[in-house]
Write a protein that binds this ligand. Structure first.
Ligand code: AHR
Length: 499
């Protein structure tokens, strides 16, 4: 068995963890909304048409914020289409996903759903085909108490109290040529600055997220962040990062090393924010919003077929990745990477939440179930709150096709005064277990009180509606006094230590 050592010290804290890193995302795309969270007539639907089986699973994930309504969708969306009597709402072509949007679920309905899910809405405005006027109006509609045109219209439409949306995305992936109304960095920086400024004039309690480049592979990456932040630094609070990984060539070791890239991505964007801060002699710190992250590749071919055979349909099964066990390991590693960068990453949105590249799946005529990736997200969200500790890890390293010096074990640790220490650890070795020796120094006499392990002998194992418990965490036997903790080969581990 391999050996590793983890040193943690109470005085070595990376940062308080912002609970919003455990956010998620619902886009008007595929079956996320229609037959996902919303399906009037379904046996579990409430009087508003929301599926209770789905909301129950969302609550288990303990999702503090949900980004909405897009994504690529938002860049052609008129928010006004989504308010007022449902029968009067227009059906629109959504050019992003080649579907027809009925607007049956809109702003009021989604805010009702988020309340049921114990979540807050992170609302994205359209800076593709719309501009500053629509941006300030939707803030007035959602957040102003009353006595103005848009706030009185909200009241007339049934919501006496403001929705109080605190977090706003200034468009989506605006450097992508696939985006409706895509822009140059300068064009985007200018409009983001003006939109954010006016939105904050309407409600000075809100925070805004400027679009970073849509990916590190974009020719615009880096320069985009620098140029657009130069224009809007003073008026925005966060920069967005989007990152998806895949294993299309079945190179699992390389796939599990991809979080080396995520760590680099986060640190690069943080440096660019700081470069602009320095250039502007600013005191203010802009932080990061990793507001799309996940594994995404399984559904690509099927989606290409669907676009050909059913263009302009509604609630098509788009982006329905079926996640296997190795995907759950990577999702766990991505969560660890976010925790280790908790000083800069303040917001994270697992993309997405239901049916579309999602931890939760539904069938139209059946139930809802948890995919493999559900479990690391649930455990990190419920137990990964408090302070993120600096983990000092000593272990073997290996090289893969794209990465060098990949540590066999990656881990993050969190601490709260009442709960003690929780360690999240992945053993990347596919064949051999690792004996983890934990040195908790200043914490005194802590004992391992639980050790949950997510492992499957087959890295391609999946959960299905008929067999939803193929890949689920199980409790491991606790180590005796003085014994190391064993991280089985290919495993996600949650180890809790307390007095
Ligand atoms: O999450 C799916 C899509 O991925 C989003 O709509 C877009 O922002 C990104 O490219």
């Amino acid at each position: 068995m391999k050996k590793a050592k983890l040193i943690l010290d109470k005085d070595y804290v990376i940062s308080d963890i912002d609970k919003r890193i455990y956010g998620s995302f619902i886009e008007h795309l595929g079956r996320a909304v229609y037959t996902g969270i919303y399906q009037p007539g379904h046996p579990t639907a409430d009087k508003l048409g929301f599926r209770k089986d789905v909301v129950d699973l969302v609550r288990k994930l303990n999702v503090p914020i949900v980004r909405y309504p897009g994504g690529n969708f938002v860049s052609g969306f008129n928010w006004e289409d989504s308010i007022g009597p449902v029968a009067d709402r227009p059906k629109r072509l959504d050019l992003a996903w080649k579907t027809t949007e009925t607007n049956e679920v809109g702003l009021h309905e989604f805010c009702d759903w988020a309340r049921q899910a114990d979540s807050e809405v992170m609302y994205a405005i359209n800076l593709g085909t719309r501009g500053t006027d629509a941006a300030r109006n939707v803030v007035e509609y959602a957040n102003h108490k009353g006595g103005s045109y848009w706030s009185d219209l909200r009241i007339k439409n049934g919501a006496k109290d403001p929705f109080g949306i605190k977090l706003w995305c200034l468009g989506n992936e605006m450097d992508g040529p696939w985006q409706m109304g895509s822009k140059t960095a300068y064009e985007y920086g200018r409009i983001a600055n003006e939109a954010s400024k006016m939105m904050k004039w309407v409600d000075d309690s809100i925070e805004t997220v400027a679009c970073g480049s849509s990916g590190t592979g974009m020719p615009t990456f880096g320069e985009w962040e620098y140029t657009m932040l130069t224009e809007c630094y003073d008026n925005v609070d966060y920069v967005s990062l989007h990152r998806y990984y895949g294993n299309p060539h079945n190179e699992t070791e390389d796939f599990l090393a991809s979080t080396m890239d995520l760590d680099d991505f986060i640190k690069t964007v943080a440096s660019i924010c700081d470069a602009v801060k320095g250039k502007k002699h600013a005191k203010k710190q802009v932080h990061l919003s990793l507001d799309e992250w996940n594994v995404w590749y399984h559904s690509n071919e099927q989606d290409q077929q669907l676009y050909k055979t059913e263009p302009w349909g509604n609630a098509l099964p788009l982006l329905e990745d079926i996640y296997n066990f190795e995907d759950a390991l990577l999702v766990g590693l991505m969560l660890i990477t976010m925790l280790k960068n908790a000083d800069r990453v303040k917001i994270g949105c697992l993309a997405q939440l239901v049916n579309v590249i999602a931890p939760i799946m539904t069938s139209k005529n059946g139930g809802a179930w948890a995919q493999t990736i559900f479990y690391p997200v649930m455990q990190a969200s419920n137990l990964g709150r408090g302070k993120s500790l600096l983990p000092q890890i000593t272990c073997e390293k290996f090289d893969t096709k794209h990465y060098s010096d990949v540590p066999v074990v990656d881990a993050a640790a969190v601490f709260t005064d009442d709960e003690g220490v929780t360690i999240f650890a992945v053993n990347r070795d596919l064949k051999e277990g690792v004996a983890l020796d934990c040195d908790l120094r200043s914490f005194g006499d802590l004992k391992v009180v639980s050790h949950s392990v997510l492992h499957h002998d087959d890295v391609k194992a999946i959960n299905t509606e008929a067999n939803p418990n193929e890949v689920v965490p199980v409790e491991a036997q606790l180590p005796r006094e003085g014994e190391a903790i064993v991280l089985p080969a290919a495993s996600w581990n949650v180890i809790r230590l307390a007095k």
